[in-house]
Design a protein around this ligand. Structure first.
Ligand code: CP
Ligand code: NVA
Length: 322
């Protein structure tokens, strides 16, 4: 029987126990970057395809560097430089790539594209950000929270700003998986999709976490352990920039807002950050900010998820079902 290939295209693709395993592995890999080299094959290196339909700095460098640490070689493909998306279907691209690479990492627009790829791929597919989720970023954030607080369980995370974007969805789903109390503060009309909130609430009910959506940034920040935000203008929304900057202005993370959070509260941001818009420079460049550790943790967390996925099984070409 053909093995079921595991993918990581949405935060809840990892159960709470699996997410904890990946985070443990990330901490191990952070202590010793070259402790495992599953992509080394004798004198040669296996390739991982790292595909971008949107721009990137952190994701691009962390995957390229991490794949090298694992003994492999990253082939990073930028928008417009392949047939994918305009000359060839996702399915045909997948059928070709899976015969040549150990895994496919893809940053794209619609989540549906990743679902189509994962539905037929015989190698793991990893979501490097789409319009709906950014699950790799969340592993890095959870690792950073663990490092500071020892555990994510029961910690309160307040996300302020655009509640309807990929980061908000991923905080809800991955935070609930990690047993956190996730609070989203956003203006009405920019709240997360009800389906995502329900899904996160169901996960939280099993892990001891909880979910709250509010229009009040002060309510969300009060007593929080972790305050986070993201750009108000995600990739693909550039035409709405002016309207968005006005709409989210009351949700900027300021020193005053951080003052409402817990005494030991920390600030996170996936970056790139826009100082003076979603966060004041005094916060992101201040003593409570862990954003540079968070960025570094992309490397360790993504290596861990790749290693974990590859350990779940790698059928030889001959064993693959049509
Ligand atoms: N946080 C993040 O994904 O950064 P990049 O867009 O630079 O990859
Ligand atoms: N919400 C942002 C995240 C960037 C890492 C975007 O999608 O552009």
């Amino acid at each position: 029987m053909t093995q079921r290939i595991r993918h990581f295209i949405k935060d809840t693709d990892l159960s709470p126990a699996e997410q904890a395993e990946v985070l443990d592995l990330a901490a191990e890999l952070k202590r010793d970057r070259s402790s495992t080299t599953p992509l080394a094959r004798g004198a040669s290196r296996e390739t991982v395809a790292v595909l971008f339909d949107k721009t990137s700095t952190r994701t691009r460098f962390s995957f390229a560097s991490g794949i090298a640490d694992l003994g492999g070689s990253a082939l990073v493909v930028d928008p417009g430089s392949s047939q994918m998306g305009h000359k060839e279907s996702i399915e045909d691209t997948t059928r070709v790539l899976e015969r040549m690479v150990a895994a496919i990492v893809w940053r794209t627009f619609a989540h549906e594209g990743l679902e189509r790829m994962a539905a037929i791929s015989h190698v793991p597919v990893v979501n490097a950000l789409c319009d709906d989720y950014h699950p790799c970023q969340l592993l890095a954030d959870l690792l950073t929270i663990r490092e500071r607080f020892g555990s994510t369980q029961g910690r309160v995370l307040a996300y302020l700003g655009d509640g309807a974007n990929n980061m908000s969805n991923s905080y809800l789903l991955a935070g609930a998986t990690a047993g956190m109390h996730v609070r989203i503060a956003a203006p009405e009309g920019a709240w997360p999709d009800a389906g995502v909130v329900e899904e996160a609430a169901a996960v939280a009910a099993a892990t001891g976490g909880s979910v709250l959506v509010t229009a009040d940034p002060r309510e969300a920040a009060s007593g929080a352990d972790v305050v986070v935000t993201d750009t108000w203008v995600s990739m693909g929304q550039e035409d709405e920039a002016a309207e968005r900057k006005a709409r989210f202005a009351d949700y900027r993370v300021t020193d005053e807002l951080m003052g409402l959070a817990g005494e030991d509260a920390v600030f996170l941001h996936c970056l790139p950050a826009y100082r003076g818009l979603e966060v004041d420079a005094s916060v992101i460049d201040g003593p409570r900010s862990l954003v540079w550790d968070e960025a570094e943790n992309r490397l360790h967390a993504q290596k861990a998820v790749l290693v974990w996925l590859l350990r779940q099984g790698r059928p030889a070409l001959a064993e693959r079902e049509e």
